[in-house]
Design a protein around this ligand. Structure first.
Ligand code: FAD
Length: 501
């Protein structure tokens, strides 16, 4: 009897609990393992809301995984359910997986757990169809270093504050250990055929990606687990020692850029943490400032997944903190208030008149990635300076980030909007000008993305409207809002929302 391993956002052979469990099952039952991959542009585009960068990176990673599995004697079945909409899709998917199991003589399906609302709905529909058909199915823990539900306060409740979560998270790891799972399959019939890349019509409207440079994306984010592992070790050898400082400098590229492989599971978070802990001589709490800061960022990723698991309302578009749900956000629902829409478009296209915001938004549109600080700068500008609902920003990021990941994106947006767990206190609002002067002092980063300012030097480049005499000749937009004025307004609204009884 054979077993299926249903790959989703865990596109790797190493340290893959579902693959290991499927191999063990098939070994016990004298069968073989098949890999199942549902290639559904409908699911990616309309249900998970992935944009083209993430979808195309995903497909490239699937191609690599298919070749790696084939080398190890595992055939990957690519399956696209036929359905017109989400409701139909789940039903079609469930019954077609059952049919596939029957046709391949698979009596068990293994998968790694996912926690966002739509994934849970999908998996529940499939599990119910498998139950009815008498096919065994089993979900393994994979996405977090520490399983969801295992990091709790002494009274058994989930944490809402990161620093406290992190202490218990570290304690759990120290008590329970951290190991790689040996999921490398035993070869059955090693295939010598080299499988080609998968070609799929992803169905995106290319007009929405006018500045898109797919080749640059391929170079910056090579697909597959070997590339991800290579990047991890290079980062740990060459860059991590200065990470705590360099990651904030917009030009220096001090971050690992592992977020894209992590988002599709081409490398596991546990492998990253283990490698960092070894580099830090086994310690999670003391040692190199660069390594400690980086491990802390890995913990943020786990934190947001635990938050999503314990507080599923954040996955349904609601603010974590209900008192800010009805703050008078602009631009929500979309397309009602023309002035808010104009501001939103200016933000999306990098035409706000704030050079650092514009450079970042243009980088996002062109390259599908931003460092964490720039994500915070633009998110805070949208939610605080323009007072536009964080959900608009969250949706825009979905469409452009190559590393789009539901819980990290939602967590980052709610943090920046001060509506989330452990949120940035609402009275601490980034000043885009100061961020720009501090983290791009030479203005090189701005000049790289904002052509209109390519001949302007620092310090004028940070605030050309006030500092450049020939501002009108630059053909660069005037600031669409006055930061110091709107800051006062938004502070008043937040204060009113917190004091309403
Ligand atoms: P590094 O700095 O090298 O960090 C290593 C890894 O730690 C990252 O790959 C990531 O997995 C994790 N990490 C780092 N910072 C955070 C953080 N603040 N929250 C959660 N995990 C973190 N990250 C995503 O992976 N996908 C998203 O869709 C996403 N959207 C975001 C939206 C906003 C508004 C904000 C403020 C942050 C968002 N982040 C998101 C978190 C963070 O910005 C990125 O993970 C990071 O910039 C990716 O670059 P890196 O891999 O070089 O990170």
């Amino acid at each position: 009897e054979n077993a299926f391993v249903w790959f989703r956002n865990d596109l790797r052979v190493t340290h893959n609990p579902a693959l290991l469990a499927a191999s063990q099952y098939s070994a016990t039952h004298g069968g073989r393992v098949y890999a199942l991959l549902v290639t559904s542009p409908l699911e990616w585009r309309s249900i998970h809301n992935w944009g083209l960068p993430k979808a195309s990176y995903y497909v490239r990673t699937v191609s690599v995984l298919r070749r790696e599995l084939s080398k190890r004697g595992i055939e990957m079945l690519l399956h696209t359910p036929t359905a017109k909409n989400a409701t139909e899709y789940y039903k079609a998917l469930a019954s077609e997986i059952v049919q596939l199991c029957k046709s391949q003589n698979c009596s068990a399906v293994y998968m790694n757990a996912e926690y966002d609302g739509v994934a849970l709905e999908r998996d529940a529909a499939v599990a119910s169809a498998l139950d009815t058909a008498g096919i065994l199915h089993h979900t393994t823990h994979d996405q977090c270093v520490v399983p969801v539900g295992k990091v709790l306060t002494q009274s058994g409740t989930p944490y809402k504050v990161f620093s406290q979560f992190k202490k218990t998270w570290i304690r759990y790891i120290e008590e329970h250990g951290l190991d790689m799972i040996d999921s490398e399959p035993t070869e059955i019939e090693k295939s010598s055929t080299i499988l080609p890349d998968i070609e799929l019509d992803l169905g995106y409207d290319m007009h929405e990606y006018p500045n898109w440079d797919l080749n640059a994306l391929h170079t910056t984010f090579p697909a597959g687990e070997t590339e991800a592992r290579k990047r991890l070790h290079e980062f740990l050898q060459k860059s991590v020692s200065g990470y705590h400082e360099d990651r904030n400098h917009f030009m220096e590229g001090g971050a690992s850029k592992l977020s894209a492989p992590l988002a599709v599971g081409a490398i596991s978070l546990t492998e990253c943490l283990l490698a960092a802990r070894i580099a830090n001589k086994g310690a999670l709490n003391s040692g190199s400032p660069g390594l400690l800061t980086w491990m802390s960022e890995l913990c943020w990723r786990d934190f947001y997944r635990h938050v999503l698991f314990h507080f599923p309302h954040v996955g349904r578009g609601a603010s974590f903190r209900p008192e800010f749900e009805h703050l008078s956000w602009r631009g929500w629902p979309p397309n009602i208030e023309p002035a808010a829409e104009e501001h939103f478009q200016a933000w999306c296209e990098g035409r706000t008149g704030y050079p650092i915001v514009d450079a970042a938004m243009r980088q996002l549109r062109r390259e599908g990635w931003l460092c964490n600080r720039l994500r915070m700068v633009v998110a805070m500008f949208l939610t605080k300076d323009l007072r536009i609902h964080w959900r608009r920003g969250e949706q825009h990021f979905n469409q452009f980030l190559v590393d789009y990941d539901f819980s990290s994106n939602n967590g980052g947006w709610q943090w920046s909007a001060s509506t989330g767990t452990d949120a940035q206190p609402y009275f601490r609002i980034f000043n885009p000008l100061l961020q720009s002067e501090k983290f791009d002092p030479s203005g090189d980063y701005i000049r790289r993305y904002v052509d209109e300012l390519s001949k302007v030097s620092a310090p004028s480049i940070h605030d050309p409207f006030k500092r450049c005499k020939g501002f009108d000749q630059l053909k660069y937009p005037r600031p669409i809002v006055d930061h110091s004025k709107v800051k006062e307004q938004v502070l008043a609204l937040f204060t009113a929302a917190t004091t309403v009884t």
